[in-house]
Design a protein around this ligand. Sequence first.
Ligand code: RB5
Length: 147
Amino acid sequence: MVALGADHGGYCLKEAIKKYLDEQNIAYEDFGTFSEESVDYGPIAAKVGHFVADGKAECGILCCGTGIGISMAANKVKGIRAAVVTNDFCAEMTRRHNDANILCMGGRVIDEETAVRLAKIFLETPFDGGRHAKRIGHITQIENGEL
Ligand code: RB5
């Protein structure tokens, strides 16, 4: 299960990713927005973030104009590691090294074809674990006020 969300700036990317997920028979929950009408990204990031953090989806994909605001908002949810990505290398590495659980992209930064390709890489790449698990542990410690 993949949790999806976008504001008006990322709506087109979300719809392109939905089409790809449909073609691949990958289940998703769409938390909106459902048009290009202006909407605030925070509440949408919160819904997707909590859905992922609660274990109701394995991961999420969030899109706004740049991917930045919606990632900042999602990263405020405990347990979320949301990463803004613009190229294939970062899409792969944020799974392998950061165990990112939400992919963020910007509709004013990349085109739909790129977004679908990055989503595919993100969904198909596992976490490397090993020395990186300790580093993720540090992120969790910061989140818990222990570091
Ligand atoms: C909306 O205009 C825009 O600010 C938003 O989509 C996003 O880019 C914020 O980071």
